[in-house]
Design a protein. Structure first.
Length: 566
């Protein structure tokens, strides 16, 4: 059988359809639930990361602000302490100074330059230097409205440390520029925020000027500075929203991160904190992997169970189909096996009409040669035609009984059907086995049946009754067939015999397959076929014992059923 036919065979059964639909719905609901849970889990992970990163950037901004405020206090102190000494004319050398111990330890050095850019005071010993070409110095000198600025990181040759200079302008009461004071903060100290925490490889914090220069940057455990980010995504986002979040690739390594940034008031810088997308979603992805694995396993289990169930249903359907085929084959075999037994009866019955026809023809021939009248010869030929028709009817009944086919329900007269069945049963016996009594009083009663199959049932019941009475005297072997309406829709046909009745074990299991009324050698095929035929006709086969014998009845639908449907 081809695959489409297998599925059609299975899905024709309501229970199988219900199981398949339930299994498919269960799996679909499981997958929808898992996909929804994965989406919710990822959304929750992102929401949590946004809150965490926002808190981190706020804390980082406060840390940087406090550091810069400490640097501002240092510049104010140095301004007040050394501004008066910048006016000493003609002096260009550099004096070494020492910062007070109460300064914030993040401040590692300081420089004070006069209006010409000569470094007059410094915490580092060395030759005199001039800073008039430095961008920070020029900005403070040329822009009176700018009081402080932050210079790009520079490498200190004597210490090998990269420092960030926080520079403050020095002006007199008339607002004239008299110099600048700068304090040094190591670039790495800016990103020592949460130094006790373990940074993941993709975690990123950085301090960036509004000009796009990175003052300090930490990615994982790696600290760097001096990257030029002008025109990069981070600067576009900062200019569009000074304080906010966004998803995007890092400007340096291209890794996709969740960034939070915040601009510092009074300072031309902003801080950023970035968390890698893979790190944010890693726990959710691990759980998603478990969810998907479990759901896949569940789907496979449900699929395997459905396959086993459908295979079981298909096997049952195939077994039923084979059983129906075997039943039909048994029915046909039963009819064909009766051929040898019917041969004697057929020869006996055909011998009579053929002998009579021969006699009538002989008389007609003598009358034709002699003085017989034309009407007399015609009468003899009419008798011949009747005997030949009788022989043809006997052959038709035997052929119909032996024919094989499915049930073809038609409107039939019940009397004709029963009388033909009786003739078939009697014709099968060369010697009469029992008297069969039927008062044909249902001439107008019609039923919806397959005529040949109902006749097969009657013939089988008659033969069973004859065999049950085989040990009785011939004069006591009587079979009675009765017909009575059971309701407006059903007609009951009953076969009674005067035999010994059914054994109790047969009556208890009468409706089971292959139950036989023959105690020792019966296979039960005849009754099984009869029961199946009656079930196809919408009736029921019953059996019981009477005080003087046994009875078997079955029901068929009356013509009224067809009218009701119409």
């Amino acid at each position: 059988m081809q695959a489409p036919n297998i599925f059609l065979t299975i899905l024709r059964q309501p229970a199988a359809r219900l199981v398949v639909i339930s299994g498919v719905l269960f799996v679909a609901i499981a997958w929808v639930t898992v996909i929804w849970q994965i989406a919710e889990d990822r959304a929750a992970a992102v929401e949590s990361a946004v809150r965490e990163n926002r808190g981190r950037v706020v804390a980082f901004e406060q840390y940087v602000r406090r550091t810069l405020e400490a640097a501002d206090l240092a510049t104010v102190y140095l301004d007040e302490r050394y501004r008066g000494q910048l006016r000493a004319g003609g002096e260009t050398g550099t004096r070494k100074i020492v910062l007070p111990q109460y300064f914030d330890p993040v401040i590692t050095g300081a420089q004070i330059a006069d209006a010409a850019g000569n470094v007059r005071f410094s915490t580092q010993a060395g030759p005199a230097s001039n800073v008039r070409e430095r961008d920070a110095f020029r900005v403070l000198r040329d822009m009176p409205g700018v009081a402080r600025t932050i210079a790009n990181p520079v490498l200190q040759p004597d210490t090998g440390e990269t420092v960030v200079l926080v520079v403050r302008s020095l002006r007199d009461v008339q607002g004239r520029f008299v110099g600048a004071v700068a304090v040094e903060i190591p670039a790495r100290r800016f990103v020592d925020f949460s130094a006790g925490l373990e940074y993941r490889a993709s975690d990123l914090i950085s301090i960036i000027t509004l000009r796009g220069m990175t003052l300090a940057r930490r990615e994982g455990g790696i600290v760097s500075w001096g990257q030029d980010l002008k025109g990069k995504l981070v600067m576009e986002r900062q200019m569009a929203a000074p304080n906010g979040e966004y998803w995007g690739p890092s400007s340096l390594d291209g890794k996709r991160r969740l960034f939070s940034h915040q601009r510092l008031a009074n300072y031309p810088i902003f801080v950023t904190s970035g968390v890698g997308e893979a790190d944010i979603l890693a726990p959710a992805n691990r759980r998603a992997g478990w969810f998907l694995s479990l759901t896949t396993a569940l789907t496979l289990v449900v699929g395997a169970l459905l396959s086993l169930y459908l295979r079981h249903v298909y096997n049952q359907a195939e077994a039923q189909r084979r059983f129906d085929l075997m039943r039909d084959e048994f029915a046909h075999s039963a009819r064909v096996s009766s051929l040898s037994e019917m041969a004697a009866g057929l020869a006996h019955e055909l011998n009579q009409p053929l002998t009579a026809a021969s006699n009538y023809l002989a008389v007609a021939e003598l009358m034709n040669r002699g003085d017989g009248t034309r009407e007399g010869v015609a009468g003899q030929l009419h008798q011949v035609r009747g005997q030949i028709a009788r022989a043809g009817e006997i052959i038709r009944r035997i052929r119909d009984f032996l024919s094989k086919g499915n049930a073809e329900l038609r409107i039939e007269r019940i009397d004709e059907t029963i009388l033909d069945a009786i003739a078939l049963a009697q014709g099968a016996n060369a010697v009469a086995r029992a008297r069969i009594l039927y008062s044909a009083g249902q001439a107008q009663t019609r039923v919806l049946i397959d005529r040949v199959q109902i006749q097969q049932v009657l013939v089988n019941l008659i033969r069973n009754a004859e065999e049950a009475m085989a040990g009785m005297p011939i004069e006591r072997r009587v079979i009675r067939i009765r017909v009575r309406p059971q309701s407006e829709d059903l007609l009951e046909i009953r076969v009674d015999d005067d035999g010994p009745g059914f054994p109790p074990s047969v009556l208890e299991q009468f409706n089971l397959p292959f139950i036989s009324t023959k105690a020792a050698h019966g296979l039960g095929i005849g009754l099984s076929i009869c029961r199946r035929i009656i079930e196809v006709h919408g009736g029921a086969l019953k059996a019981w014992n009477r005080p003087t014998g046994a009875s078997v009845s079955f029901t068929v639908k009356r013509e009224a059923v067809l009218r009701a449907v119409a």
